[in-house]
Design a protein around this ligand. Structure first.
Ligand SMILES: NC(=O)c1ccc[n+]([C@@H]2O[C@H](COP(=O)([O-])OP(=O)(O)OC[C@H]3O[C@@H](n4cnc5c(N)ncnc54)[C@H](OP(=O)(O)O)[C@@H]3O)[C@@H](O)[C@H]2O)c1
Length: 435
């Protein structure tokens, strides 16, 4: 069996490719099923976030199975081979395990150490379980990844500082405002007239960071009023004016800084919308993936627009310091990856152990019957039970040491050799489905 991950991320693909491969929770069951239906695929789970789509997969044979995953990605995105394949990465076996540990720890994130990725890995685990696309191996791998993410955040300094895509978006606004004033530094957002479109998790983080960077009030626009009001009520010190989406044009006309973070599938702001408004200076920062702001707004007079990929500019300013902190987590990631691989390797011994048990059990049962029939009717039921328990006890004692030995952590080659010896000595015949 073969573990692999095939995917793309902010490191390998621009947002215009990533947004075509964003799999919503509603489409997850269908996508998992279509992958699972392939006979090469034994187990599968999908991680879909704004910055990555990764398919973790347990395959019978790597070549045929990986091709099936690439075909799925092409069909789902509607992209031609030459526009998709160059953006995909594939990691196999130990590298796939190490990659997942790194992702769960936030070390592969655009904003190094951000916390949202851990809940997204937990969601991948939950959806895989709910839709029964995973078996024991991916279940164990993902559970181990979640525990790695938790450990990194509690045992290293990586989790401190509350960084996220939203905090980077607010910093980008500060940087751009500073640059417009001729300063290459982050400046206060106090003079800005701010709006946030969307009232979900990322908008909550936007409000937190905006408040901490000097913003005292803003307009919060959402599809439904209830959610906007509920979010606003959690910020009693921020003057939040809640509006519905149909007031977006008014808001765009009166604001100088607008963040968009909705989960809409298609853009909610585009050139045709903006060109009917009289705009003098509007900065748009879109953290939605798929994008909430269409690419065609570029060049609209009075408008400057940024998407998630533009966050790179602000992220790279802080990256050096965080890279040093990230090094603290390396040992921990290796340890967690090794624990999973040891467990997975030990599974290789299971068919041999089962066969060995079955062989010895057949001998025990046959010899017991012979002995009992020789003893004749003089033996009471109680005495027969004692003899049976004695025979079982002897077999269990004999098996205990070799079974423990075969399961124990060891080099793959050593385990293979030990299994071969046991299979030869006891003439065990096993189907060949090895890793
Ligand atoms: N979660 C992350 O770590 C993360 C990181 C970076 C970027 N992003 C991106 O940020 C966006 C928001 O993510 P989130 O985690 O905050 O989502 P979320 O908590 O699920 O909130 C979704 C928000 O989008 C609104 N919405 C959904 N469909 C809409 C539509 N068709 N038209 C207008 N509004 C709609 C919802 O409005 P209602 O309240 O009316 O339902 C809600 O305000 C997504 O594009 C995501 O990819 C997320």
């Amino acid at each position: 069996m073969h573990i692999a991950v095939v995917g793309l991320s902010h490191r390998t693909a621009p947002v215009e490719v990533r947004e075509k491969l964003s799999i919503s929770e509603q489409s997850m069951e269908k996508s998992l099923k279509s992958l699972r239906d392939n006979e090469q695929v034994l187990e599968v789970s999908i991680l879909s976030t704004c910055n990555r789509l990764e398919i973790y997969i347990l395959l019978r044979h790597p070549d045929l199975g990986l091709e099936a995953v690439r075909e799925f990605l092409m069909a789902y995105s509607g992209l031609e081979e030459e526009h998709l394949i160059p953006h995909l990465f594939t990691y196999n076996q130990e590298e796939a395990v190490a990659h997942l540990m790194k992702v769960a720890a936030g070390l592969d994130s655009l904003v190094l150490g951000e916390g949202q990725i851990l809940s997204q890995v937990k969601k991948m685990l939950r959806l895989g379980q709910e839709h029964q696309s995973m078996g024991p191996i991916l279940n164990r791998l993902l559970t181990q990844a979640v525990s790695t993410g938790k450990r990194v955040r509690s045992e290293t300094n990586l989790g401190t500082g509350a960084v996220s895509i939203s905090s980077a978006a607010v910093e980008l606004a500060q940087l751009k405002l500073g640059q417009s004033q001729g300063k290459d530094q982050l400046v206060s957002l106090e003079p800005e007239v701010v709006a946030v479109v969307g009232a979900g998790r990322m908008s909550r983080l936007l409000l937190q960071h905006l408040q901490s960077k000097g913003c005292s009030g803003l307009t919060l626009i959402n599809r439904t009023r209830e959610r906007a009001e509920s979010l606003a009520s959690d910020f009693p010190d921020l003057d939040v004016d809640c509006r519905l989406l149909d007031e977006l044009d008014n808001c765009l006309s009166s604001c100088s800084l607008v963040f968009t973070s909705t989960a809409a599938d298609t853009p909610i702001i585009d050139r045709s919308r903006l060109k009917n408004l009289s705009l003098t200076s509007l900065r748009l920062i879109d953290i939605g993936v798929p994008r909430n702001i269409a690419a065609d707004v570029d060049g609209v007079s009075g408008v400057e627009s940024h998407d998630v990929d533009d966050l790179q500019e602000v992220v790279s300013r802080n990256q050096e310091a965080r890279q040093k902190v990230a090094l603290e987590a390396e040992g921990l990631l290796q340890e967690e990856g090794r624990l999973f691989l040891e467990w997975w390797d030990s599974l290789e011994a299971v068919p041999t152990i089962n066969q060995l048990r079955a062989t010895l059990e057949a001998i025990r049962s046959e010899e017991l019957q012979k002995a009992l029939s020789r003893m004749g009717p003089d033996f009471s039921a109680r005495e027969r039970k004692v003899v049976e328990a004695l025979s079982k006890g002897i077999i269990n004692k004999i098996l205990h040491t070799p079974v423990t030995q075969l399961r124990a952590p060891q080099a793959r080659s050593e385990r293979k050799e030990a299994l071969r010896v046991v299979e030869t000595l006891f003439k065990l015949s096993l189907p060949n489905d090895g890793k």
